[in-house]
Design a protein around this ligand. Sequence first.
Ligand SMILES: *Cc1c(COP(=O)(O)O)cnc(C)c1O
Length: 353
Amino acid sequence: MNFASDNASGASPKVLAALLAANEGSAMPYGADPWTARAEAALSAVFERDCAAFLVPTGTAANALAIAALCPPWGGVFCHHDAHVMDDECGAPEFFSGGAKLIGLPGVRGKISAATFGEALRAYPPGLVKQVQPSVLTLTQATESGTLYGLEEIAELATLAHGAGVKVHMDGARFANALVALDVSPARMSWTAGVDVLSFGATKNGTLCCEAVVFFDRASAADFAYRRKRGGHTLSKGRLLGAQMIAYLEDGHWLDLARHSNAMAMRLAAGLAATPGVRVPLGCEANEVFVIVTRAMDAALRAAGARYYDWGARGLDEVDGLAADEIQLRLVTAFTTTEDEVDQFIAIARAAG
Ligand SMILES: *Cc1c(COP(=O)(O)O)cnc(C)c1O
């Protein structure tokens, strides 16, 4: 019962098999191999557009390098105040951009509203020399609260951003989970809604260590190869990244993995919501469930070996706060989560209720 994160799982067997197959023979290094070329072409096909795609081994590298590519060192980067770029990347976006400033915005359910973003743009007018210059809006899909931006919400924010000369980045660490939940095409959840550059996550949903930075406008990717190499994220055995991405995308494998993961989260959320003493205030939109349980349930679950994070009061702005004997847990399901694990977890919570 490991619900700590979706990266507690290993890689999908199909991805591992592809890695072993790609391990045979020799290939040119640094991405000049046929696997990398095929992976790039596969991403353009998935997004129904000629994209410039760059494979990197971590999501932090994808986010930090993508933001740096969109932003001068004196730029301002608008993000939700609970965003991964803000809280979980050890200053990488600031470092790789040469000192750009992250501007954390409030927002219920993990989302930035158009009103809040509009206010932030007014607080950072271009040309005011004592302040950073408005440069990037970064949205997380699915959000750090497990919620989803609808297509119209993305488009509205992107229109505001572009009107102010601000580029739009999407942190898609859980892009696949959001996509299958909204049941839309990758194009519609990205560039047609106004996203300029996407961190296309894959590791949490089945690769061993492979993500992509996808530029929907080739011209803005002109320097990215140098930026990635200079930042130490150009793998010499690039074919092993390419092989992972090809296997991940082939035959809709990535979508199948995400559908399973989301279904397990829904099962978990439904079972817990029907358990006396448990609250699921944010519901379940993709593959994360935030539940408020009693401390007795928490103790029983931990004693039974369940793993998850204590989420404090994050994301609860609009919800009744935590009572003294309550605790909020973040539960994340993955492509490896089983119905048995989910049912066992629910049964333990019930018994302790
Ligand atoms: C996991 C995650 C990432 C990527 O993290 P790495 O550990 O660097 O691969 C980025 N954004 C979000 C929202 C995440 O959850």
